[in-house]
Design a protein around this ligand. Structure first.
Ligand code: 13P
Length: 251
C-alpha cells in the first residue's frame, strides 16, 4: 500500500506574518486528528526558515518549489539543493508547468534537477501534464509518455521508487476545472505503465503519483479514492488552513 502524500504548493504567496498565521492554523487543525497521510508544505524560499521552526515537532514536512541545476557559485538568484537541505527541506518540486511555461524548462533540465535533488539526499516531486490543446488533439498519452521518459532518464530504479510524480493537467491548474476522476485515473495509469515499461511493475507500484489541478475539499475524496491516485499537489486550496486540512482528512 502506498501512503497518500498531500503537498501544498504555496506558489508566490504569503509573506512572513502570513506564513506564521497559516502554519499555526494548520498545526492546530491537524493536532485535532490522527493524520494518516504524509503532509508537505512548499512555501516560497523566503518563508522556508520560519516554516522550519514552526513545523518542528508537528507532522508537517517541508518542501521547496524549485531548485538550481548548480551546486554553488555565480548564479545570481539561484538556490541550491544543499541550501534547501540546510533549511529543513525534504522534498523539492521540479518541472512545475509554471516553470515549464514561464521559464522554458525542458524535460532535460527537469531530469537534471531531479538527479541533483536525489544526489543531495532529498526527494523530487516531478510534475508532468498536458495542455488543453494537447488534450483536445488527443495526444495526452503521448505527451505524458515523453515527459515521464525525459524526466526519469538515467535514474536508477531505487531512485525512481522514492520519487513522487505529480500529474497536473495544465488546463486544470488554477482554473477551477478539475479533471474528472476517470480522466485523472486514466492519466495516472498511463504514467504508471510508462514506468513499468522503463523499469518493472514492482518499481512502478512503489511510485507515488499525485494529482494536481483545482483539488478542493469537495472533490478530494473522489479523486483520492481512485486506485492509482496516491495523493494531491494542491495550489489555491492549500492557502487556507481549513481547506488544506479538509483535503488531508479526505486522504
Ligand atoms: P491549483 O490547485 O490552484 O489548481 O494549483 C495546482 C498546482 O499547480 C499545484 O502545484
Amino acid at each position: 500500500m502506498r501512503t497518500k502524500i498531500i503537498a501544498g504548493n504555496w506558489k508566490m504567496n504569503n509573506d512572513i506574518p502570513q506564513t506564521i498565521e497559516l502554519i499555526n492554523g494548520l498545526k492546530t487543525a491537524l493536532a485535532a486528528q490522527t493524520v494518516k497521510a504524509t503532509v508537505i508544505i512548499c512555501p516560497p524560499y523566503t518563508s522556508l526558515g520560519v516554516a522550519q521552526q514552526l513545523i518542528a515537532g508537528s507532522v508537517i514536512k517541508l518542501g521547496a518549489q524549485d531548485v538550481s541545476l548548480y551546486d554553488s557559485g555565480a548564479y545570481t538568484g539561484e538556490i541550491s539543493v544543499a541550501m534547501l537541505k540546510s533549511v529543513g527541506c525534504s522534498y523539492i518540486i521540479v518541472g512545475h508547468s509554471e516553470r515549464r511555461q514561464y521559464h522554458h524548462e525542458s524535460n532535460e533540465v527537469i531530469n537534471q534537477k531531479a538527479k541533483k535533488v536525489l544526489a543531495g539526499g532529498l526527494l523530487p516531486i516531478i510534475c508532468v501534464g498536458e495542455t488543453l490543446d494537447e488534450r483536445e488533439k488527443n495526444i495526452t498519452n503521448d505527451v505524458l509518455t515523453t515527459q515521464v521518459k525525459g524526466c526519469l532518464a538515467g535514474l536508477p530504479a531505487a531512485d525512481v521508487e522514492k520519487s513522487i510524480v505529480a500529474y497536473e493537467p495544465v488546463w486544470a491548474i488554477g482554473t477551477g476545472k478539475t479533471a474528472s476522476k476517470e480522466q485523472a485515473e486514466e492519466a495516472h495509469r498511463v504514467i504508471r505503465s510508462v514506468i513499468t515499461g522503463l523499469y518493472s511493475n514492482e518499481t512502478a507500484e512503489k511510485v507515488v503519483i499525485q494529482y494536481g489541478g483545482s483539488v478542493k475539499a469537495d472533490n478530494a475524496k473522489e479523486l483520492l479514492s481512485q486506485p492509482n491516485i496516491d495523493g494531491a499537489l494542491v495550489g489555491g486550496a492549500c492557502l487556507k488552513a481549513d481547506s488544506f486540512t479538509a483535503i488531508i482528512t479526505a486522504a
